[in-house]
Write a protein that binds this ligand. Structure first.
Ligand SMILES: Cc1cc2nc3c(=O)[nH]c(=O)nc-3n(C[C@H](O)[C@H](O)[C@H](O)COP(=O)(O)OP(=O)(O)OC[C@H]3O[C@@H](n4cnc5c(N)ncnc54)[C@H](O)[C@@H]3O)c2cc1C
Length: 236
C-alpha cells in the first residue's frame, strides 16, 4: 500500500508557520501539501501565544484570515512596565506612529488558518508517522511518511521545514550547514493558565528581585461554552 503525490512545496508541520505559509502560497497560486505528526485536535489544544505584534496582524490580513481576529481580538495600544517599585505606562501606539498589539490566542489563529485551508480543499495529512525528508538540497526533494497504514511519498520542488526546533527537518540538515545566532539565558519560562477575570486591561511586564514576570490575557475563555467540541487546553 503506497501512494506518490506531486506538489510544488511540501510543508512539514501544521503549526501557525506551516499553515500560514500554506495559505500565502495558495494565494500566490502555488500548490502545497502539509504533513503534520499529530492530530488537528491536538494542535488546537496546544495553548501557547496570546499576543500578536502589528507585523503579524498585517500578515494575517494579507493572507485573508484576519477577519475574526479583528472582531474578537483585544487591541492594546500600550502596556505597563513595573520596576524599582514604580509602574510606567508605555504608550506604544503614540510612540510608534500607530502600531498596536492584538491579544488573540494562537489556537484561534490556527483555527482560522485550518478553516481557510478546509474551505479551499487544500490537502493536510494529520497524524503522519515516521516523516522523513530526502534530497532537500537537490532539484528533486522528497518527503516520505506513513498515513493510515499507507506509505506516502511527496515529490516536490521545495521542502519547507515548519516543524520547530525539535522537528525532523532541522535534524536532517548537516550540523556544519547551520549557522546559529543564539543567546542562551540561564533561566526559562513557567507559564500558568488561569481561568479568571483579567487583572488589568493591558499587559504588565514586571521586573523584581525575584525575577521577571509577564501578566497577559487571552480574549477567549480557556473553556468556552462550546468547549464540548474542543479538546482540553494544554500548555506544552
Ligand atoms: C508558553 C508560550 C507562550 C508564547 N507566547 C507567545 C506570544 O505571546 N506571542 C508570540 O508571537 N509568540 C509566542 N510564543 C511563541 C509561539 O508559540 C511560537 O513562535 C509558534 O508556536 C511557532 O510556530 P511554528 O508553527 O513555527 O512551530 P510550532 O507551533 O511548534 O509547530 C510545529 C509543528 O510541527 C509539528 N511537527 C514536529 N515534528 C514533526 C515531524 N517530525 N513531522 C511532522 N510534523 C512535526 C508539531 O507537531 C507542530 O504542530 C509562545 C510560546 C510558548 C511556548
Amino acid at each position: 500500500m503506497s501512494q506518490s503525490i506531486r506538489t510544488q512545496v511540501a510543508i512539514v508541520g501544521a503549526g501557525p508557520s506551516g499553515l500560514l505559509l500554506g495559505q500565502l502560497l495558495h494565494k500566490a497560486g502555488i500548490d502545497a501539501v502539509i504533513v503534520e505528526r499529530v492530530s488537528g485536535d491536538y494542535v488546537l489544544g496546544r495553548i501557547r501565544a496570546g499576543v500578536l505584534e502589528q507585523v503579524t496582524m498585517d500578515l494575517l490580513d494579507e493572507a485573508g484570515v484576519g477577519a475574526r481576529m479583528h472582531r474578537e481580538g483585544l487591541v492594546h495600544g500600550g502596556f505597563d512596565m513595573l520596576y524599582g517599585g514604580t509602574r510606567h505606562r508605555i504608550d506604544m501606539n503614540a510612540l510608534t506612529g500607530g502600531k498596536n498589539v492584538m491579544v488573540y490566542g494562537q489556537t484561534e489563529v490556527t483555527h482560522d488558518l485550518m478553516d481557510a485551508r478546509a474551505a479551499a480543499s487544500l490537502p493536510t495529512y494529520y497524524e503522519a508517522a515516521d516523516v522523513q525528508v530526502f534530497d532537500f538540497d537537490t532539484a528533486h526533494p522528497r518527503v516520505t511518511f506513513t498515513h493510515q497504514g499507507k506509505a506516502v511519498t511527496l515529490a516536490c520542488d521545495f521542502i519547507a521545514g515548519c516543524d520547530g526546533f525539535h522537528g525532523v527537518c532541522r535534524a536532517s540538515v548537516p550540523r556544519k550547514s547551520i549557522q546559529e545566532f543564539e543567546k542562551v539565558y540561564p533561566f526559562g519560562w513557567l507559564g500558568l493558565l488561569s481561568d479568571t477575570p483579567p487583572v488589568h486591561d493591558e499587559l504588565i511586564y514586571v521586573n523584581s528581585p525575584r525575577g521577571f514576570a509577564l501578566c497577559q490575557q487571552n480574549p477567549q475563555p480557556l473553556l468556552p461554552a462550546s468547549a464540548a467540541d474542543r479538546p482540553p487546553a494544554r500548555l506544552d
